[in-house]
Structures are given as C-alpha cells and as structure tokens.
Design a protein around this ligand. Structure first.
Ligand code: PMT
Length: 406
C-alpha cells in the first residue's frame, strides 16, 4: 500500500501522542519509510525510542542536536517526503503553521516541503472549537492542507466533545486518498453500490439477503485509493463508513434505484456490487403483524432492475451472483443489461460470494474476453475490477459500442 513511499510523521505534545505509535506501525507495516519528527512537548508523552523501534529509522527531535545524522535535516526530510502528516496536531502547532512560524524542526520541515500535508487535530473540545483555532484551520485548509476532523467522545480532560484524535483507520484512509492523487482514476467519479436491500413486511420484519456489503465497500475504498471521487450507495451493513467517500444510505431496492438514477448521469462509471432484492412485498403493514394466524401469505411483486435502467455514456459494471452455470448465466446478464463488464461469482462456494472476506470471480467484458481470477481478497478483486474499468474508460463508449458483440 505504501511501499517505498517516504512519509514524514509529525508528532506534537498531545495526550493522543501515544496513538502515533500505532499510526507509525501501520504505515511501516504497509511498506512506508516513516521519518518521525517530534516536537519537544511530544517527547513528554511518548519517547523517541518507542517510535524509532517501530519505524526502524532515526527519530528527529531537534534540528540543533549535534547527534543529527542528517545535515540540514529539515530540508532533506522535506525534499524526500511524499507526504507529511502531523498526528496528533495540537492547537499550538496548528497556530504556528498558520502563521508560518519555523522555530523548530517540525515547523521547518512543513514549511520547506512541497509534498501534500495532512493534519489530524487532537485537543480539548473548547480549544478546538475556539474561533482562533478554527480560523487557523480554515487558513491551512485554504492553503491545501487536508484536515482529518477530530472524533467526538470523552476527552482526557474529562469533558465530552469533538477533540479526540480521529480513528487511525480514518487517518490512514485520508493518507491513502492523498497519496492516490494522480492515480489512474483521478478525475473520475465512480458510483458504487453495496449491501443487501431490506424490503419491509411490517415495521419490524423485512425480506433481506446475505450480502454484507464487503465487496462494494472494498471497491469504493480501492477506487478512492486510485484517485477517484466515489459515491457509495449502501444498503444496511455492519461496516464502518469509509472516510473520504460520499456515502448514501438506502434501505429498499426502490430507494437504491432512486439514488443510482440520480447519481449515474454525473458518473464516469457505475459498479453495482449490491444485492438489490428482485421482489418486495406488494404491501407492507403499517403495524406489526400479529402472530395469531397459523399462516402468513406474502404477495411479492417484482422490483425494477436498476442496472438495466441506467443509460448514458458511463461504463456499467455488474456482478452476477450465480449458483450454477456461472459463465453462461453471467454472460446472459452482461448482454441483457448492456454492460461493459460483469463480475461473475459463485455464491455456493464456501470462500466466495456473500459475507466472506474473499471472492473467486470471473471477469467477462463486452468483447467476450473471459478472465478467471484465483481466490483473492475482496480488496484484491476490487483492484482487478478497477483495472478493467480503467481500461474501459480509456476505450470510451463509442469505440466499444462499434466493436461490441452483444
Ligand atoms: O456484499 P458481500 O457480502 O461482500 O457479497 C458480495 C456479493 C455476493 C453480494 C457480490 O459479489 C455480488 O454478487 N453482487 C450482486 C448480487 C446480485 O444481485 O446479483 P444478481 O445476479 O441477482 O444481479 C445481477 C446484477 O444486477 C448485479 O450487479 C445487481 O446489483 C444488479 N441488480 C440486481 C437486482 C435489481 N433489482 N437491480 C439490479 O440492478
């Protein structure tokens, strides 16, 4: 993920400094070359030894330190950085950066770099909400800094409010998104659907399916990490909302249809990884159906086929959940729904399809090319699918329509 990317991790004097250890570890484990730069105050909360043991690289605390093994280290660090992230970022460092102060190594490094800059503030809620801090953050945003908003919750000072360092997952998501700038989906807007819709029987009961949303969420995250603007239209799932992605929550297939038809005209590509119900109860009861009756008969009616309704110039990708005759059935859907690509998955296999973390798929494009993929993680499948989407976007619709063999 971050192999051979040079990341400067600035750590400042917040109680959340201990969380920088986990962030440094995750970045290092993902292949990043992490150069930690600590303010003096940060060393009151976590030691350079701890961080150095994690990154296996020298930790920089003072540009005047005689032990410094790097001449003009702030310039060297600044120039080789692919990214500078300050986490946690105190009100003090935010104010100094906004004012262009360069009286310590971290400020000098930030001022000297041309790499993208990310701040993850952490502080008392009143300090964070103070107009001065907010003005400083607005000034830095206007200068291109990415700010990972603090989380809401109990604070070390005993208060409750916005000021907790954002979840490490969210910080990593923004890092991936920032490093993805210039990726092969930069400038593209992708609409991805995920999860299984819920078709109400009454206020308590619904007809659902086994989709967990993992495949769709993996596609959305992978597209973000390749530079795309992503709109994720999600049926209910137990998955955390991914950062850096516009998420539109829906429940029923009709709601999903409405959101897909609204978003599709502005999209470069649509990837329907969701499992919208094909049927819904003809009517759903306004109050909970009593269970006195020995039998409950439900009259089901067809839901519209969302993918078939989407027209226009965008690249259309569908998934085929099949339990038999995988390739013939998927190919038929490719043609019926006039898709550019269909991802066929055998949902009867233990390690493939619904709810599991892996998938075994066959990619079939509109020219009849068939690519059987081995068992992969859903993130790996997502990147393979997106590779095909990049190819299809490059081909454009006019060329592909002429040569299609629906
Ligand atoms: O979410 P996970 O637990 O990770 O599981 C992943 C998955 C198995 C749900 C996913 O890989 C998958 O196969 N999604 C498609 C499920 C589905 O509805 O397959 P289908 O063969 O019934 O539909 C074919 C295509 O038409 C799909 O792209 C589907 O989104 C779309 N469709 C289906 C019904 C409907 N009313 N409108 C649609 O547009």
């Amino acid at each position: 993920m971050f192999t051979n990317r040079n990341i400067v991790l600035g750590v400042t004097g917040s109680i959340a400094a201990y969380k920088a250890v986990e962030l440094a570890s995750r970045l290092t484990q993902a292949g990043g070359n992490v150069d930690v730069v600590m303010t003096k105050a940060a060393t009151e909360f976590v030691t350079p030894l701890t961080l150095g043991s994690i990154t296996h690289r020298p930790v920089h605390t003072d540009m005047f330190a005689p032990s410094s093994d790097v001449d003009m280290e702030h310039i060297v660090l600044a120039e080789r950085a692919d990214l500078v992230v300050v986490a946690p970022a105190t009100a003090n460092i935010i104010a100094k950066l906004a004012a262009g102060i360069s009286d310590d190594l971290l400020c000098c490094t930030v001022l000297a770099t041309r790499a993208p800059l990310i701040l993850a503030p952490a502080m008392n809620v009143h300090m964070y909400e103070n107009a001065i801090t907010q003005d400083n953050l607005a000034k830095l945003r206007a200068r291109g800094f990415s700010i990972v908003e603090p989380a809401y919750g109990p604070l070390a000072c005993g208060e409750v409010g916005s000021g907790r360092l954002a979840d490490i997952e969210d910080i990593l998501g923004i890092i991936r998104q920032v490093l993805a700038r210039g990726g092969d989906l930069t400038g593209k807007r992708l609409v991805v659907t995920a999860g299984g819709t819920q078709e109400p029987i009454d206020p308590v009961r619904y007809i659902g399916n086994r989709s967990s949303g993992k495949m769709g969420y993996a596609l959305a995250g992978a597209a973000r990490d390749r530079g795309a603007e992503v709109i994720l239209i999600a049926a209910p799932t137990a998955l955390p909302v991914p950062v850096g992605i516009e998420v539109i929550q829906v429940q029923t297939a009709l709601e999903m249809r409405e959101e897909v038809l609204r978003a599709a005209p502005r999209a470069s590509a649509l990837i329907m990884a969701a499992a919208p119900a094909d049927f819904r109860p003809q009517s759903s009861a306004q109050s909970k159906i009593k269970k006195e009756t020995a039998k409950l008969v439900l009259e089901l009616v067809r839901n519209p086929d969302i993918l078939s309704e989407v027209g226009g110039e965008l690249v259309k990708v569908g998934f085929a959940a099949e339990s038999e005759d995988l390739i013939p059935n998927a190919t038929q859907k490719l043609h019926q729904k006039r898709l550019d690509l269909i991802v066929a998955n055998d949902i009867t296999a233990q390690d493939s399809g619904f709810a599991v973390d892996t998938n075994r798929v066959v990619l079939i494009d509109r020219w009849g090319n068939v690519e059987k993929l081995p068992l992969l993680t859903k993130l790996e499948v997502a990147h393979r699918v997106l590779g095909k989407v990049v190819e299809l976007l490059g081909k454009g619709r006019t060329q592909s329509i002429e040569s299609t063999n629906w």
